[in-house]
Design a protein around this ligand. Sequence first.
Ligand code: NAP
Ligand code: ZN
Length: 339
Amino acid sequence: MSQILLQKEREETGDVDVTLKVMFCGICHSDLSNINNYWGFSNYPMVPGHEFVGIGTEVGKNVSKFKVWDRVGVGCLVGACHSCDNCSRDLENYCPKPIFTYNGTYYDGSTTYGGYSDIMVANERYVVRIPDSMPLDACAPLLCAGITVYSSMKYYGFCEPGTRLGVVGLGGLGHVAVKFAKAFGMNVTVISTTPNKEKDAIEHLGADTFVVSHNQEQLMAVMGTLDGIIDTISVPHSLLPLLGLLKSDGKLIMLGLPDKPFEVPVFPLIFGRKTVAGSAIGGMKETQEMIDFAAKHNIIADIEVVPMDYVNTAMERLAKGDVRYRFVIDVASTLSKIA
Ligand code: NAP
Ligand code: ZN
């Protein structure tokens, strides 16, 4: 397991920056991939964390959206070029020069450090307001998991009542995907490797159907019925059975980020006019829209709050899929105990 460092010192609050005291930070599967260098672009020392919330403690003199004591959050991005076509369309997430919240390179060439940390300084464009009605701890995962599933659903048209959506992998992203999908009024089928998640998926999360991905009979019952699928599996896997679940013109949207490429079966794509595509987090305007939508529909993550000194154990458990459904670090209360 790679070392997790504590970042105690940040740059000062600039004219357009918000400084926040970090209260809670979610643990995304991407943190696990980054600290272990599964994708091959990790830089150490690394301070992970890209879904965190806290309280504004200082604002720069030109900050217009926030003031001290505001409840705020930061997601996967802290900067972009702000001059490309994507940035001009509020799609900072597809800027060719994005600055990721950690393991990224800031404008001045310095390395960015994330939310497993006591404070954060971020340009106000990359800060979102957390409505008073939302609990800070269970809201934190929405800054990555929430926006990733919400943005993909909006862009690919999976937000109309009655649309039949499949959600593959009931983990951090998957469980909030079910919640957003139900709030959009869709009919949701969960496709999971873990049979004992069925009761929770149906009775607690509100899914309509649960399919165990290695149960041929259950798969056959859903064949050709889905308009779209959101795939959150973090390892290479066969797409053939998933493409079979789609109707003609159906779309399979990849959100999971396996470390290796895998095969796309061409015949079922062509003879069914099906699409395989991807989606990455969301722009900042849409991230605020997602948080406001979540507040309106009472959507929060199901979390297990852990102290900072539990992070390595949490990573080991996350690697085994042993979490219901997101670890969130209680940063503010527990960081000082190990610092
Ligand atoms: P997670 O909590 O670990 O959930 C992944 C789920 O996938 C698991 O709960 C499990 O669900 C299923 N799964 C895991 N291993 C599997 C295997 N070997 N075979 C089949 N299914 C398996 O992870 P997460 O935080 O939701 O992240 C999911 C993926 O999305 C990661 O790769 C992450 O890096 C990526 N991600 C992408 C974006 C983006 O912008 N596109 C943003 C954030 C994260 P079941 O038990 O139900 O099968
Ligand atoms: Zn993430």
